[in-house]
Design a protein around this ligand. Structure first.
Ligand SMILES: C[S@@+](CC[C@H](N)C(=O)[O-])C[C@H]1O[C@@H](n2cnc3c(N)ncnc32)[C@H](O)[C@@H]1O
Length: 239
């Protein structure tokens, strides 16, 4: 019998992945192809962090993993991605890029934003796997964060979700949901789209397995407490 290597543990079967999925803090996600649809809730994002596919091969492989055949070229995907970013108009855009798309994506960013800073980064915790994070804004404040220089991209996402000022962070290519997980752990709102329901289900599962009953600041840091033994300074309650 042929087995699918890309079932991601079959977690998606435990959840209804159809339509808009509402999560704590009025966060919302949807399984959809960003070239075909931009759910209106994505317009709520004032900050975007996106780690999009970076080449034709990479884009095709994500379609294969989603049991789909790639229906467009990488340039068409690239045009749609920046079209969506222009529709959302986030105050801050953080874009993860690789050697294959760095120059082209940097040019788009410079067309859209006055300030574009680049951080050296890497992925899978390995300095031999380089990538870059572009930090784009028209705001005069927070144009560069020293803390983001030369750290793993997953740590950069965690740092931003904790320390950057935002009301709602969005990700058009959520994948397994690092942006959503970290925003959630900071008690913040997030929105996102993702092509592959099997990958997005990992985020839904994470939130389901980590129900928080209160969150808030404690000594300047956001914390999630599983119970009310020690109420936090400005705690909020949900669920
Ligand atoms: C490099 S991964 C992002 C990883 C993500 N940061 C995470 O936490 O898992 C890129 C994601 O883009 C998704 N993707 C590819 N094409 C897409 C499209 N047209 N619309 C929405 N998502 C897409 C892929 O399925 C994949 O999950």
């Amino acid at each position: 019998m042929k087995t699918n290597n890309w079932e991601y543990g079959g977690i998606y079967k435990d959840f209804d992945m159809e339509g808009v999925i509402t999560l704590p803090n009025d966060s919302k996600v949807k399984v959809c192809d960003l070239t075909k649809e931009l759910p209106s809730f994505m317009l709520e994002a004032d900050t975007l962090f996106i780690d999009p596919p970076c080449s034709t091969g990479n884009l095709r492989s994500f379609h294969t993993k989603a049991d789909q055949i790639l229906p467009y070229t990488f340039s068409e995907f690239e045009e749609s991605l920046f079209g969506r970013i222009m529709e959302i108009k986030p105050k801050y855009l953080f874009l993860e890029v690789f050697k294959s798309n760095k120059d082209a994506f940097l040019k788009h960013c410079k067309d859209l934003y006055q300030s574009v800073e680049t951080y050296n980064s890497f992925y899978y915790n390995s300095r031999s796997k380089p990538c870059w994070i572009l930090h784009c804004t028209n705001e005069t404040e927070n144009r560069r964060y020293e803390a983001l220089e030369d750290i793993d991209e997953a740590k950069a996402i965690a740092w931003l979700c904790t320390n950057h000022e935002y009301n709602c962070i969005g990700d058009l290519c959520m994948g397994r949901g690092l942006v959503g997980q970290n925003a959630y752990m900071n008690g913040k709102k997030f929105v996102g789209t993702e092509l592959n329901k099997k990958r997005l289900a990992i985020l839904v599962d994470f939130i389901n397995k980590n129900p928080t009953r209160q969150f808030g600041r404690s000594k300047g840091r956001y914390e999630i407490k599983p119970d009310f033994d020690k109420p936090l300074e400005d705690f909020k309650e949900y669920q």
